[in-house]
Design a binder for this molecule. Sequence first.
Ligand code: MN
Length: 316
Amino acid sequence: MRIGRAAGQTDTGRRRLRNEDAFICEPPLFAVADGMGGARAGEIAAGLAAAALEEAGPETLGAEGVAALIVEANRRIWEHSLADPQTAGMGTTVTAAVVDAEAGTVAIGHVGDSRAYLLRGGSLEQLTTDHSLVAELVQSGVLTPEEAERHPQRSAITRALGTEETVEVDGFTVVAEPGDVFLICSDGLSTMLSDDDVAAAIDGAGGDPHAAADALVKAANDRGGEDNVTVVLFEMVGAEGPAEIDPAAAEHEDESGPDTLEFVAAELEPEESSGGHQVAAPRRFGAGPGGRVAALLLVVAIVALGILAVYLFLNR
Ligand code: MN
């Protein structure tokens, strides 16, 4: 299995002056952080979390590895807030996913109320449990999920990154299937849209992460855009077989051509921007050029072996 298309997008929304969300869309690493704190502290906290995750790189696999990354991010934010009194008390949520394509697994770690969802076979499943006041009240039976959605304290979180010296991280691993679409988002999406709306937006985009990201951000803003909204989506697809060495397969491989071209075009195309709107450059891994290079190397190796065989034969 491998990671297919991926896209990330963040938008200030319609009510907030600044965007304190941050995201990472660098396969195999994907994350969303939603900062909080006075002045620009929320932006700083979310930025520090994203930087700490990015720095660690993709060799961190498994739920424990992701959790360790998040603990390290917590330490950095905490220390920054001690050193700079203006940022005292700042914090951020974080939900991070690291894909192990070979194993076909997605390791997820999270703190706070940014969520991870999985869209599989048309149905949307929330993978993470919010560390929020209302989620705890729902779990203990005090509130119904419907009451929680309208609760005035629904954005109060019970766990954050950077507000204390240590943090408890929830971590788990999902076994992926070809066709899976994973979504990580800030509460600016999940408080504006129901799960059904989210599923419909992704389905309506034909599962294309770029179109889905556009549709989700637009839908959140259409409903009021009360908070910064951030989405990161990636799809898992079946691995291509090693058949690229025979000519028939090489022709077959051309079928993925338009996809690759589409990707290049998407990267060059100036992204539409509507105030504070940032779009990560989409990245594509595993397929196109990489596959061709591997096939070429294999052909070169076979030819080299052939020459060696002829050489050894002639020298007998
Ligand atoms: Mn938020």
